[in-house]
Design a protein around this ligand. Structure first.
Ligand code: PRX
Length: 565
């Protein structure tokens, strides 16, 4: 290895000595090593001189705005916890949130954790079939949603016998099996004794897509807040008086780990914007709230790039101090553009729904290599392994982590086999391909499987294919991610029509709508190609890799197992 520079030598020393346990004091613990993530995120600040400090600055694109202090957020989440208590919620039962980024999302999430129940979040763009899969698999007992979204749940409610009640945030008069949020909140006490939990106890769950089968419920523990807290502080560089903006939705892991838990655990005032993306709006929010730390995603950065470097100069964005990115490869071009537009570099961070918190990053203490994801966070051991499971440098291989980081998923809900499939010979396999260079920096190469990343959101091809073949005109379907300059990837579908089916002129549009309604507004195929047949292995499995290679004009690789066409 090359001689280390002074900064790196210090890092190496700190890293060697690092022990998660020595950082336990940064959190509030109950007797007997018990903890509650919501207590750490809100209660302890509400009980301190931070009580009247804004925790949440919220506004939407329809002119509404609200500020909640730590004390107000504490009281409201206590009230929600009491609403659930009245409904006799028990530890470990699932309560799901299907809402846009409204204050009630944050209030209810914290309230659920306070009771010891498990909070599940559902992205607002989900269609009825996606909701049914997730609510059914989790056995959710209560769901909190709005009158705008509830129709999609009503459609599948008959298939959800475990779902007892739906809590509506914007209705006073409700139907049987519904509860009015405002009515119950008005009656509930704002005092609640937060439930002490074991660090290993589940706190929240998120469904994530693999390449086969239905989405899987990733379970995260209360104790994960240790890593969320430390990375928010040391990777996102959050300081007590910062105004921080995480643009992610709590329907996804970033919006929870760094939009609720890690940021508030550090007592930092956080901005939430509920509304459509527009460069003007985003810059005006940074200016208005004097945002200092900004955590966003490459697709958003590329969308801002499209509106040029002059536009941000029109706004006073001098408050910005630190910029970070997550979810997809951060193009060097985006970093260079950020430097021109804001005089600052976007710092890449790598992690996954399953890892629960940032694991590899361009940290403030590290010299940045543009295009690299940086180095593992203190206390996280990462490596790249070759096909034989040997650690390699300067060679592409599997990106793996040594289990033991505090925010590692606890389990896959009711699917031990799937959980076990992540681990081999003492390593956690991320499913990503990467390269580690001589100096210990990690470089992202791609996915080892067929998972698609569109707008930074993870989409499993199987879910899209299943929705496609529900259509009476489609007999077979295969879906791939096709590189796209703006969105990272778009979803492309190859379909074989049902026998004697005559597609209409609007076939493509019809199919897009069909998938959007069932699955999600963000996970539909932008391109659809009709084929006579699809490439399959001799055992009849469709080979997406083959279609992708064809689409990209690459060599096909080994085709010996493919069926003769
Ligand atoms: O392929 C990697 C990509 O996103 C995947 C995880 O997606 P998800 O579970 O939705 O979590 C996203 C937010 C934590 C990874 O397996 N990914 C994430 N961060 C990066 C990335 N790819 C390249 N560079 C990154 N910084």
């Amino acid at each position: 290895m090359k001689k280390l520079k002074r900064k790196d030598r210090t890092r190496a020393k700190v890293s060697k000595k690092f022990n998660w346990k020595t950082h336990h004091d940064e959190l509030a613990w109950f007797k007997g090593e018990k903890i509650n993530a919501a207590y750490n995120a809100v209660t302890r600040h509400a009980l301190s001189d931070h009580a009247n400090k804004p925790a949440l600055y919220w506004e939407n694109d329809r002119g509404k705005a609200k500020t909640l202090t730590f004390s107000e957020l504490e009281k409201l989440s206590n009230k929600f916890a009491n609403v659930l208590k009245k409904l006799q919620i028990k530890k470990g039962e699932r309560v799901f949130i299907f809402l846009p980024k409204v204050p009630e999302t944050y209030i209810s999430f914290l309230g659920i954790l306070k009771t010891g129940a498990i909070a599940g979040t559902l992205f607002q763009a989900f269609g009825y079939a996606a909701l049914e899969d997730r609510l059914k698999n989790s056995g959710a007992k209560y769901l909190i949603t709005s009158s705008e979204l509830v129709g999609r749940v009503d459609k599948v409610k008959k298939n959800l016998p475990k779902l007892k009640k739906i809590i509506l945030i914007d209705k006073i008069k409700v139907k049987k099996n519904e509860i009015s949020y405002s009515k119950e909140m008005a009656k509930a006490s704002d005092e609640f004794k937060v439930k002490p939990m074991k660090p290993e106890d589940p706190a929240f769950m998120l469904y994530t897509s693999g390449t086969t089968g239905k989405p899987k419920g990733v379970i995260h523990k209360h104790g994960a807040i240790l890593q969320q807290h430390l990375t928010a502080k040391k990777v996102l560089d959050l300081k007590e008086n910062d105004i921080y903006w995480c643009t992610a939705d709590p329907g996804w892991v970033t919006g929870i780990a760094y939009g609720i838990l890690g940021n508030w655990s550090n007592g930092v005032s956080s901005l939430v914007y509920e509304g459509k993306f527009s460069p003007d709006k985003w810059y005006s929010l940074i200016k208005k709230y004097k945002v200092k730390v900004w955590y966003t995603a490459p697709t958003a950065i590329r969308m801002l790039m499209r509106s040029g470097v002059k536009l941000p100069k029109k706004y006073n964005l001098k408050s910005l101090r630190y910029l970070c990115s997550v979810g997809e490869p951060l193009n060097p071009e985006a970093i260079r553009w950020g430097r021109k537009a804001f005089g600052l570099s976007f710092h890449d961070t790598w992690w996954q729904t399953e890892t629960g918190a940032i694991c590899i990053a361009n940290q403030p203490t590290l010299k940045m290599k543009v295009g690299s994801m940086g180095k593992p966070f203190l206390g996280v051991k990462a490596a790249v392994l070759n096909d034989k499971g040997k650690e390699v440098l300067n060679h592409a291989g599997d990106l793996v982590l040594k289990p033991g980081w505090p925010s590692m998923m606890k389990e896959i809900w009711r699917n031990e086999k799937k959980y076990k499939s992540y681990f081999k010979k003492g390593w956690y396999y991320s499913g990503d391909k990467a390269l580690q260079d001589q100096e210990g920096y990690f470089w992202f190469i791609g996915r080892a499987d067929d998972i698609i990343k569109t707008r930074g959101e993870r989409v499993g091809p199987f879910e899209v294919e299943s929705a496609l073949i529900e259509h009476p005109g489609i007999a077979e379907a295969a879906v791939i991610g096709k590189p796209d300059a703006l969105l990272g990837e778009i979803i492309k579908a190859f379909v074989v029509l049902a026998k004697d089916y005559k597609p209409s002129k609007n076939f493509t549009e019809e199919i897009k709508k069909f998938v959007k309604k069932r699955l999600a507004g963000h996970a539909y195929p932008k391109e659809i190609e009709i084929r006579k047949d699809l490439p399959k292995t001799r055992s009849g499995k469709i080979v997406r890799r083959f279609l992708k290679a064809q689409e990209l004009g690459l060599t096909m690789g080994d085709t010996s197992t493919l069926e003769k066409e």
